[in-house]
Design a protein around this ligand. Structure first.
Ligand SMILES: C[S@@+](CC[C@H](N)C(=O)[O-])C[C@H]1O[C@@H](n2cnc3c(N)ncnc32)[C@H](O)[C@@H]1O
Length: 357
């Protein structure tokens, strides 16, 4: 069975990911210095290209752009600098960038907006990164930003009325029973195991992987994580619609968002268990402050819509989803300031730099 896929909104209209992904782009820009430092210190470009004159880079979960182009440019510039600083400027390799996402991603928009002045060959790779995508030992650098939080599926227990993890009247785990969050964590663990096994096969020894995903600090409970609270907020809009007789209660009970935000203490053992990568750097970061978000609640809803509309629409249908986001607009910003009081967005971005052993 094909894995579930919910690509971001394609095209470039009002609700597109292209027009509503500044927060993710901020994160890309924010981590660029630390990523460049990790590449400069840990990636031995000379030995990586000792047998071939091509450096192969993959961006997993690239979506429709433009963020992926910014990230790839950062990677390329740093690698080029490495060559120059080692006196190898005249032996610059050719760069080959692989843009990966689910087959249903809007690759047309991606390809038609490729930077015309790019210094790399571009190739699209459709398919789930929870599985093999590339030949053995073929990649030198793997990048993935804001994509690994997507699970392959909603944990089954959440839909089972007889399970302690039945997630009645909620669509995520922020304020749900602990069993619900545990089921999500277990699914994330399984998915990461598959992801790391596949990348371990595809990445050359000495190659690197930089993973950036929304996460949460170890000392923060899910009920304080802003992203989780925002999903809860959308859930509350749906429950308002249940109370208004616009949506059946069972429809909400049978829906959960397949996204999980791990903490460093959850991530580290998964990398260690895989045993093929060393953790060169791992930390939680804060690309934006609470105040920035408070100012721009409406923009945040547009971002949520560009990213999550597909998954909601598949279950509830277009009309209900339009109404849900309309209600979310009406409820904010009063509701948002309440959420911000409850939440801690101190460090919401998990950065990992791994090296293939
Ligand atoms: C929020 S977007 C991030 C896009 C881009 N990396 C950025 O930073 O703006 C997440 C992307 O990951 C993709 N994605 C999620 N799970 C995936 C999987 N298993 N395989 C490939 N792509 C996946 C989604 O389709 C979506 O396009």
């Amino acid at each position: 069975m094909a894995p579930e896929a919910y690509p971001m909104n394609g095209g470039d209209d009002t609700y597109s990911y292209t027009k509503n992904s500044n927060y993710q782009r901020d994160a890309t820009n924010f981590v660029s210095e630390i990523m460049k430092a990790a590449i400069a210190e840990k990636l031995d470009v000379k030995s990586l290209t000792s047998t071939s004159n091509t450096l192969r880079i993959a961006d997993l979960g690239c979506s429709v752009g433009p963020n992926t182009f910014v990230a790839m440019q950062n990677v390329l510039e740093t690698m080029e600098k490495n060559y120059h600083s080692q006196g190898l400027g005249s032996k610059m390799p050719e760069f080959h960038v692989f843009f990966n996402d689910h087959a249903s991603n809007d690759f047309n928009t991606l390809f038609s907006s490729l930077p015309p002045d790019r210094q790399y060959f571009a190739t699209g790779v459709p398919g789930s990164f929870h599985g093999r995508l590339f030949p053995e030992s073929s990649l030198h650098f793997v990048h993935s930003s804001y994509a690994l939080q997507w699970l392959t599926k909603v944990p089954e227990e959440l839909l089972d009325e007889n399970s302690r993890a039945w997630n009645k009247a909620r669509i995520h785990y922020a304020c749900a029973k602990e069993e619900v969050a545990n089921a999500y964590a277990a699914q994330f663990e399984k998915d990461m195991e598959i992801f790391l096994n596949a990348r371990a096969k595809e990445t050359v020894v000495g190659g690197m992987m930089v993973l950036i995903l929304p996460g949460h600090q170890d000392d923060i409970h899910h009920s304080q994580v802003l992203a989780c609270l925002l999903y809860d907020f959308l859930g509350s809009c749906l429950m308002d619609m249940v109370n208004a007789g616009l949506v059946g209660e069972a429809e909400v009970d049978s829906f959960n968002l397949p996204v999980y935000f791990p903490s460093p203490n959850e991530m580290a053992p998964l990398v260690e268990r895989n045993a093929c990568f060393s953790i060169e750097r791992m930390e939680m970061m804060r690309p934006r402050s609470n105040t920035d978000i408070a100012i721009d609640a409406q923009t945040l809803i547009m971002h949520l819509r560009a990213g999550m509309e597909g998954v909601f629409t598949k279950h509830f249908g277009r009309e209900i989803v339009d109404e849900m986001f309309e209600r979310a607009f009406q409820k904010s910003p009063a509701e948002f300031s309440r959420l911000l009081d409850l939440s801690s967005t101190l460090n919401s971005l998990l950065f990992l730099a791994l090296k293939r052993k």
